[in-house]
Design a protein around this ligand. Structure first.
Ligand SMILES: [Zn+2]
Length: 91
């Protein structure tokens, strides 16, 4: 076979592989946790707790949330969401 023809075939094979990879990555839908709010710790100044949202779930990295799956930070973030939605609904 003419080496230049093989070169063209290789080129198109590389492109189609790249396309396949691209399709594969777009088909996997990963929802990354979104940062909602950051609160400073009341007992340890400078220590920040972050509230993140994955779908409808709120998570916090403070010890209270780790033990009880609920804390004032997620509560504050939740009321913040409700207020934001309420603001958006106002005409
Ligand atoms: Zn918390």
């Amino acid at each position: 076979m003419d080496p230049s023809v093989q070169k063209v075939i290789d080129h198109y094979q590389a492109i189609s592989k790249e396309m396949m990879d691209r399709v594969a990555t777009t088909q996997i839908k990963v929802v990354p946790p979104r940062l909602l709010a950051t609160y400073e710790s009341g007992s340890v100044p400078g220590l920040m707790y972050t509230v993140k949202r994955t779908g409808d779930n709120l998570t916090c990295n403070c010890p209270g949330f780790v033990y009880r799956r609920k804390c004032k930070h997620t509560g504050m973030a939740e009321s913040l969401i409700k207020k934001t939605i309420a603001d958006k609904l106002e005409f």
